[in-house]
Design a protein. Sequence first.
Length: 279
Amino acid sequence: MKGGLVRLRALMDDLTPSERKIGAYILDHPQETVQSSVAQLSERSGGSPAAIIRLCKSLGVTGFQELKLKIAGDLQTGEQYQYTEIRPQDSMESIIQHVSANNIQSVKDTVHILDPRLVEQAVDVLHRANRIFFYGVGASNLIALDAHYKFMRINRTSFSFADPHMQISSATTLREDDAVVCISYSGETSNVISCLKHAREGGAATISITKWGSNTLSSLVDVPLMITSTESDIRSGATSSRIAQLNVIDILYLAIASRDYNQSVEYLEKSRQAILEHK
């Protein structure tokens, strides 16, 4: 059981001031937190017991005991990496190391919060679907395009559209045997939310890939999948979050391919041969 510190870091900006005070103490003193009671944490952090309970609810855990178990799991791994910012005049070696480490950590952190039960539900939805539509805008559209390409190669009827108007138009045609995957790191992209609402009106099954925490998109879908990545101003071009989203797409794609293994391998080999012949 892991992911307590990951969840807390991802949610810090969205917490109330009283919850943030407790959260900051936990991040600075995780070992002491694991050994504390609610009363002791309240005294040490300067927050009230009620605020600690609210913090646990915000983090999506059943109570302080579960939070401590998740933090203890984090501590056992020995990994306490902090995302590193690119600084003015950084050396090329430093940039290579920092960008790569941030991307790797984004995937590792996402693994800690990605719920296997929800992933299984998403795979069930995609496996049953007659057609799959991937929606995303900007950098998230690149994720949608990658997903479309992967699923197409194993003969799953799938679509992605770069044009936002085409996205909405297609969403109005969806039926009960279709599925949509809505991709938005913030979970607040208006065009993607519009596509989701139209898809729901048609009865399509819905999946989202967003950042961890409360957001509009994940609150409206049947299966919310969440990633985590500490994005800041200089990384607002969705660098490490994009890697984490691509990783989730790969998980879904390979899970579907695994269910129809022999058929998938046959289709992949056919497409590989066709591409080789085209060269």
